[in-house]
Design a protein around this ligand. Structure first.
Ligand code: PHE
Length: 351
């Protein structure tokens, strides 16, 4: 009997070595069926333990148990190793193409804004910001919009509901509003800083307008303000022409048209020749050959006063431009809403 056990041991050991070479699910299962089930080799020997003479039983039993434990342990080890390798094989498919990471890019409005900011900071302007939620004083009154003057209708305003109405103001309006332009930041800047002031002020502005291909209720402007002794109209023109040359190209033609803003006197609007049709007239410039790009003027003495600056000692110029408008003109897109849909197919063209 001991001899049979040792024979079985060498069979099992050979089987295990074979399994080490090819750990297939099938081979492992065959091993189990051959040795470890009720009709298997080990049970067969165990059954025949009955016929072993009593005095030999302990030694034979011991030997047989040792072989059983060994076989069981080896089976479990091999089975585990097999599942571990198949698990990793299942999750890693080396033939799959790699995943590429899509790089983000700046939004076209941000690109325009950054470019404008860098041109003006290059000319010595600082950058400052003001709040989107303004009051009547900064958005209108200090900018020389007289109360109940039709000039206030130039920009349809979103007023905020604040509960109580402010005394002396038009009964229908509260005093708190979403700024309709970045010009209130001029006033804040003057109240905050003694001249010389040379700042640009980018930000979001809001107007109660029907949304269309040309207008949104929310857009961006960059304001500019220069206040010092003897600031002249010539400097205003020189600064804006230098900007336009850097931004649109040095061969551009421009013109200043007289205009009106309550907070500047004199006031003007700057046009450049349409760079899409080279001034010949096209859909984008509405067949005029010119594109209006900004409003500007010499800061009105009343505005300097409201900002705590003495108009006898100081003068200044200011300008304001719409970022969306400039971005659209440059790219030849004719619907402003495309800038806000965030359709990747559109945005990708600005990378
Ligand atoms: N605030 C004016 C607007 O929104 C632009 C402007 C700014 C004009 C500064 C003159 C001076 O249209």
């Amino acid at each position: 009997m001991l001899q049979e056990i040792s024979l079985l041991r060498s069979t099992i050991e050979t089987d295990i070595r074979a399994l080490e070479q090819s750990k297939t699910k099938d081979a492992i299962e065959q091993f189990r069926l051959k040795h470890l089930v009720r009709k298997g080799t080990l049970q067969d020997l165990t059954d025949r333990l009955r016929d072993v003479p009593k005095e030999e039983k302990p030694a034979v039993g011991k030997e047989l148990n040792a072989l059983k434990t060994l076989t069981q342990n080896e089976f479990e080890r091999l089975n585990e190793e097999f599942s571990a390798t198949t698990a990793t094989q299942a999750t890693i498919d080396l033939t799959l193409p790699g995943r590429t990471l899509e790089a983000g890019a700046k939004h076209p409005i941000r690109q325009t804004l950054d470019e404008i900011v860098s041109i003006f900071t290059g000319m010595g302007f600082a950058v400052s910001e003001g709040p989107d939620i303004e009051d009547d004083f900064h958005n209108f009154e200090a900018l020389n919009f007289p109360p109940d003057h039709p000039a206030r209708d130039m920009q349809d305003t979103f007023f905020m509901e604040t509960g109580g109405k402010t005394e002396g103001k038009s009964a229908a309006h509260s005093d708190v509003l979403l700024r309709t332009h970045t010009s209130p930041v001029q006033v804040r800047q003057m109240l905050h800083q003694k001249p010389p002031i040379r700042s640009i002020m980018p930000g979001r502005v809001y107007r109660n307008e029907a949304i269309s291909a040309r207008a949104l209720a929310e857009f961006h402007q960059v304001e500019g303000l220069y206040v010092d002794k003897n600031v002249s109209l010539a400097e205003l023109k020189g600064t804006l022409v230098a900007f336009a040359h850097q931004f649109y190209g040095s061969d551009l033609k421009y013109r200043f048209r007289p205009s009106f803003f309550p907070f500047t006197e004199p006031s003007a609007e700057m046009d450049i020749t349409c760079f899409l049709c080279d001034g010949k007239g096209c859909r984008i410039c509405k067949y005029s050959g010119w594109l209006e790009i900004l409003g500007c003027g010499m800061v009105h003495p009343n505005v300097l006063k409201a900002g705590g600056v003495d108009p006898e000692q100081y003068s200044g110029f200011a300008f304001g431009m719409g970022i969306e408008r400039i971005t659209l003109l440059r790219s030849g897109i004719d619907d402003i809403r495309l800038l806000y849909d965030n359709d990747v197919r559109v945005l990708k063209q600005f990378v």
